[in-house]
Unconditional design. Structure first.
Length: 460
């Protein structure tokens, strides 16, 4: 064995003896194989050198002997190198230039080739993808135009060569070809008139104050008063006059309309009247009550048409000039026409038909009125200041009246009363509005030379 081996053994023994084993303890014997002969002096010298701190010279250990039985390693297989791909760096040949002339440019209204137009109407219906629901295959624009809307029957345009035919065509399209995107709703512009009713039913309450000044012949056809020559139910004349003249009256009314649905409403109107006239005693009291219905017949973006039917009940005192003393029926046709987003027309035609009354005095009266409404100011969308210009007329178809000079039983047939006047109304959020209107007589005879009307309405 070499000196390094003995030094290692001696170090182990010395550590055990000096550090671990107490003095006087037995040092365990080393188990040295018998195949390794060890000289005693060599071991003792190694122990002594470790204890005294001596360093022995380095001696190389004997070379290790490899076992002879290990086989040689088997070499790993090596994959063959891949075959290189052919190079693609060559440039591809360019396509030949097109020398033929380009097709003619597309023009508005269709495609033409060599100056000859091509009819594409048979293809448009199939390309749009929705013509199958329009009812016909020849629909030109099934995508949502005014003539053909998905899910609706195509509408043929109305031929028009002048203004009158254009108006008829527009009305035809509003009835037969309504806008599928139209959403019916109440609008302030379509209900701004003071002397003309609105076509659309709506739930609302209205308070109205009328001041009529300078009226003449108030018992004509028993429209405003009953017969007032002393032989009827109306106010008796004061001598020396034979009838009343220069009538001034004030009337406060509460009008309530309740919409049952979008097309029908119920109406009730109550009023209280005071009047004074030259040649007749003054009077005051509740007037005749009105009840009725309103039905919307046509509703489109352009126009609305409604039928209103009112019944006048004789709840007023005819002797005081607050009622007529008989029942009257009043059917009417109401029309609304939209001219633009800020301009609207309201129109109404009615016929007051008396039931009962004085046989020689009571008569039918044709009523007609029209109002032009225009938005004057709109600071925000829900606040509108609307101006009105109104015309109203009455034509007496039958009956008689009392002249303050000539006396009673004067024929009233053929006479007409006309009036004109402006108005203004402020609408707030489609919930309430208020304003004032006026009507000034333009004929010599009239129920009021000047009529001033103030209203406040709220809807619910």
């Amino acid at each position: 064995m070499t000196a390094r081996f003995y030094i290692g053994v001696a170090g182990v023994i010395a550590g055990c003896v000096g550090l671990v084993c107490p003095v006087g303890s037995q040092v365990p014997a080393l188990a040295i194989p018998q195949s390794m002969p060890v000289e005693k002096s060599t071991v003792q010298d190694a122990i002594k050198a470790v204890r005294t701190g001596l360093v022995l010279p380095e001696v190389a250990p004997p070379p290790a002997e490899l076992p002879q039985s290990l086989p040689a390693p088997t070499p790993l297989p090596v994959a063959p190198a891949p075959t290189p791909l052919p190079s693609r760096s060559r440039s591809l040949p360019l396509p030949p230039l097109v020398t033929e002339p380009l097709p003619p440019a597309l023009q508005v209204g269709g495609l033409s080739v060599d100056g000859h137009p091509i009819d594409l109407s048979q293809f448009r219906s199939r390309l749009s993808g929705s013509c199958a629901t329009c009812g016909h295959d020849d629909c030109e624009t099934c995508g949502g135009s005014r003539h053909c809307s998905p899910g609706r029957k195509p509408c043929e345009p109305f031929p028009a060569k002048n203004r009158a035919q254009q108006l008829v065509g527009v009305l035809y399209e509003s009835v037969c070809c309504p806008d599928p995107c139209y959403e019916p709703k109440w609008t302030a512009l379509a209900d701004a008139a003071y002397f003309t009713a609105a076509a659309r039913p709506v739930s609302q309450t209205r308070f109205r104050w009328d001041a009529g000044l300078g009226g003449v012949l108030p018992d004509r056809a028993e429209y405003f008063w009953a017969r007032a020559d002393g032989l009827g139910l109306g106010p008796r004349p004061v001598a020396p006059r034979l009838g009343a003249s220069r009538l001034n009256y004030h009337e406060l009314s509460m009008y309530t309309e309740t919409a049952v649905n979008a097309s029908l409403s119920m109406i009730i109107n109550l009023n209280y009247r005071t009047n004074s006239a030259i040649g007749a005693s003054p009077g005051a009291g509740f007037g005749d009550m009105q009840i009725g219905t309103k039905t919307l017949l046509l509703d489109s973006e352009l126009s609305q048409v409604a039928f209103q039917f009112l019944t006048y009940l004789p709840t007023g005192q005819s002797s005081k000039g607050t009622g007529t003393g008989h029942v009257a029926l009043e059917p009417s046709l109401i029309i609304g026409l939209k001219l633009s987003s800020d301009t609207y027309i309201q129109a109404q035609i009615a016929d007051r038909i008396p039931l009962g009354g004085n046989p020689g005095y009571a008569g039918a009266v044709l009523q007609y009125s029209m109002s032009l409404n225009h938005v004057l100011w709109r600071p925000v969308r829900d606040v509108q200041l609307i101006g009105t210009c109104e015309f109203a007329g009455l034509t007496f178809l039958d009956g008689a009246f009392t002249d303050p000079i000539l006396g009673g039983n004067q024929r009233a047939v053929g006479a007409s009363y006309f009036s004109l006047g402006p108005g203004i109304r402020l609408n707030i959020c489609d919930k309430m509005d208020f304003g004032a209107g006026s009507a000034f007589a333009v004929t010599e005879q009239h129920f009021a030379n000047a009529l001033f009307r103030t209203e406040f309405r709220f809807r619910y």
